[in-house]
Design a protein around this ligand. Sequence first.
Ligand code: URA
Length: 306
Amino acid sequence: MRAIAPSRRYYRSPMTRSYDQDEALAVLDWLQAMGVDAAVGETPHDWLARANDPPGSGFAFPSRDLAAPPASKPAVLGAPAASRPLPTRPIRGTGGETARPRATTPLGANEAETGARRIARAANTLIELETALVDFDGCGLKSTATKLCFYRGATQADVMFIGEAPGRDEDLAGKPFVGRAGQLLDKMLAAIGLSEANVHITNIVYWRPPGNRTPTPQEALSCRPFLERQIELVAPKMLVAVGGSAAKEVLGATEGIMRLRGKWRDVTVGDRKIPAIATLHPAYLLRTPAAKQLAWMDLLQIKSKL
Ligand code: URA
């Protein structure tokens, strides 16, 4: 963690008061214990002082079932009308008993026309979609992240890997799966003859959750119209959800990853049904090497489908 130079002098926080070196180090220890592991800007922000304008408050959550924070700005960030057919439904699993009622889903046609969906559907290329994400303030994670983390890999690919969320390394690099887990993912890809040149890699949210926590359903929901549009633009023949959170979001299921992994299901994105499979997250495999044999079985399924 950077921030405090080791000279004995006083440090003034614009939020509060001056600290001497010992106090400053104690504050840093406390922040670290609370999960802070990277500085995200040169200037401190007192988020508590912005209680009436929390991160993401400009986005109106389209689902009635979600407790939406009061919007302080209009929800619809003006965007041109779409010029090609677009999804009216989000990713939806067809896994029988595993399909869950999407309490968090902006499914209705009217709802789908609003906010993030309207912006995402106007993008006709990944570059336009990235620009739209840069301008999008509907996901609170953006406020604390360093960089947008959109994708890495091919712009058109037969296989699209979708992980949970950027971590620290991804947040600094602005690309998904570039840290230790990403390096293992690359090795897994290589084992079945794939590489960044022929796969597309992204996450269910585009900004790092503070302290690497799991993204909330609201955060995933706010990013989902962009993810759906991204899938349409990349036009993969199959989706691979990497880890439990991505599996639930992509497959529309509630079971744990151990039950979800290794089985193909169709998910609907726009007007296409796409085969999707879940596998174990490489971060989990780093902690639990014995599980690699399960991941290998999933990889073989992907290879044979290709
Ligand atoms: N874990 C993920 O799920 N995604 C990343 O991009 C990095 C780590």
